[in-house]
Design a protein around this ligand. Structure first.
Ligand SMILES: [Zn+2]
Ligand SMILES: [Zn+2]
Ligand SMILES: [Zn+2]
Ligand SMILES: [Zn+2]
Ligand SMILES: [Zn+2]
Ligand SMILES: [Zn+2]
Length: 467
């Protein structure tokens, strides 16, 4: 118990200190007015065992009132938690009294948690709600820093509270918020749409009136107008904003819809429609729903870019170069998949190139395009390209033997379809010198032979039919 307490308390301090410094995602306006966690002074609590064990003189009577006795029921503990929370708020910041009360509050909650877990067997089962597969988390510290509830936007005290995370989309929530989940799992939405739900229109905003001045997800009333003349700075947490019946709408750049602060945490994401239309990789603020969907699809090659915006390939030189290199990789792949030596060297699949680059030349993920812009992808492609090409043309006899000789000029130079000096017939894939091909007016000798043979066959069968 002692060790557990120390670990929990350490994490408590960790979370309190980190809540203002989350990166990438601008932290939600933290809302636990009812939760002690909202108190800004808690980060200063110290964990010296000396101060932990001593009950401040003024709290001697409270020690018995907030008893940690093993006989306390869950209801007793909930009452005590409420009382303790009130007392904390009544004490002066940074005093020994407040520190002691905060620690007692943590212990009371932990005790309540233990009782709940021992009585509710469902608590430790995976829950399927709105398409999410919510897996229970127990005392697990996420590597990505503090965790917030996707339902209520409050901090999740991962060492103290039962909480769940969706194994498909990463939706996280408190145990107490499970029953109120509204958002459909982004994984389900993406599967039904076959990828992104918007790729054509940039921020397709319809306006607040079209949403009846309600949050697009939870239907809380939102408005730019401030009926009571209160300023945001004096209002503070979203809970208090709700009391004043004024919640400022936040526009989601992906969906073009307005959300309340609980459903929109100002998360910054690259917007697919902006990349596809304008080659604009800048991040924009999006709702939680959009952030989960975009996060889920970021690496998935679901964009058929040429169908979506063909002009992009003439406007972005790197993109047309990438397309050409991918097409050449497809050609090399046909050699390598039949070579045991190549397979032993991990060619072509296990050389660190994202697989879809080899599978086809038409599909892209948003990450591909962002990485192309930054130069990362081109480096990755070049390395794979060089490894594959040098195996076929230089180091492997078997692959090299599968090269072509130009039938038009009869020269004994071995050529491959990806050579700059070569060209291949789109119908029969036979390879010729580019110069020879031009001289023949782009007419393939092999295809002409096949054509003649077929014509002859047809003629013969016609004669047979007549006779
Ligand atoms: Zn989910
Ligand atoms: Zn919650
Ligand atoms: Zn909302
Ligand atoms: Zn080979
Ligand atoms: Zn030739
Ligand atoms: Zn041909």
């Amino acid at each position: 118990m002692q060790t557990q307490y120390v670990v929990i308390f350490f994490f408590f301090i960790y979370q309190t200190r980190h809540r203002t410094a989350s990166s990438g995602t601008i932290s939600p306006t933290l809302s636990d007015a009812e939760d002690l966690s909202a108190s800004p002074t808690l980060g200063d609590a110290d964990d010296s065992s000396e101060s932990r064990s001593i009950v401040p003189y003024s709290l001697k009577s409270v020690d018995a009132l907030l008893s940690l006795s093993k006989t306390a029921t869950l209801d007793d503990l909930h009452d005590m938690v409420d009382k303790c929370k009130k007392m904390v708020l009544e004490t002066v910041e940074c005093t020994e009294e407040r520190k002691w009360l905060v620690r007692r509050l943590i212990e009371l909650r932990l005790r309540a948690q233990e009782i709940r877990e021992s009585t509710d067997s469902k608590l430790l089962e995976t829950q399927v709600i709105s398409g999410h597969h919510l897996v229970p988390q127990k005392y697990q510290i996420p590597s990505a820093g503090p965790t917030y509830c996707d339902h209520c936007s409050g901090a999740i005290w991962v060492m103290l509270q039962s909480w769940y995370i969706c194994s498909d989309c990463g939706y996280s929530c408190h145990w107490k918020c499970l029953a109120d989940i509204r958002r459909i799992c982004a994984h389900v939405v993406a599967s039904e749409a076959g990828g992104y739900t918007f790729t054509k229109d940039i921020c397709p905003e319809k306006g607040l009136s079209a949403q009846r001045y309600k949050c697009a997800e939870c239907h809380t009333k939102i408005s730019f107008a401030n009926p009571k003349g209160l300023s945001l700075s004096c209002i503070g947490s979203p809970f208090r904003q709700a009391e004043s019946s004024w919640i400022e709408p936040r526009l989601c750049d992906y969906t073009g819809l307005y959300f309340c602060q609980r459903c929109h945490w100002n998360t910054l994401e690259v917007i697919p429609a902006r990349v596809i239309r304008n080659w604009d990789m800048e991040t924009r603020k999006v709702s939680r729903y959009a952030a989960q969907l975009l996060g889920l699809l970021n690496k998935r090659p679901v964009l058929l870019l040429e169908d979506l915006n063909k002009k992009l390939f003439s406007l972005v030189p790197d993109l047309s170069l990438l397309k050409k290199l991918r097409e050449e990789l497809q050609m090399m792949k046909k050699y390598l998949v039949f070579c045991p030596d190549a397979d032993a060297k991990g060619l072509p699949w296990r050389i660190g190139l994202r697989t879809h680059m080899l599978e086809s030349s038409a599909n892209y993920s948003i990450k591909d395009l962002v990485d192309l812009q930054s130069g990362i992808l081109m480096e990755e492609i070049r390395q794979a390209y060089d490894a594959m090409r040098s195996h076929i043309t230089e180091s492997c006899e078997l692959c090299h033997a599968r090269g072509h000789l130009c039938e038009i000029c009869g020269n004994n130079e071995v050529i491959f379809p990806w050579n700059a000096s070569a060209v291949f017939c789109q119908k029969c894939n036979t390879v010729y010198h580019r110069v020879c091909w031009s001289k023949r007016n782009h007419c393939c000798p092999k295809c002409s032979r096949i054509k003649k043979r077929l014509a002859k066959k047809d003629e013969e069968s016609d004669i047979n039919n007549i006779s």
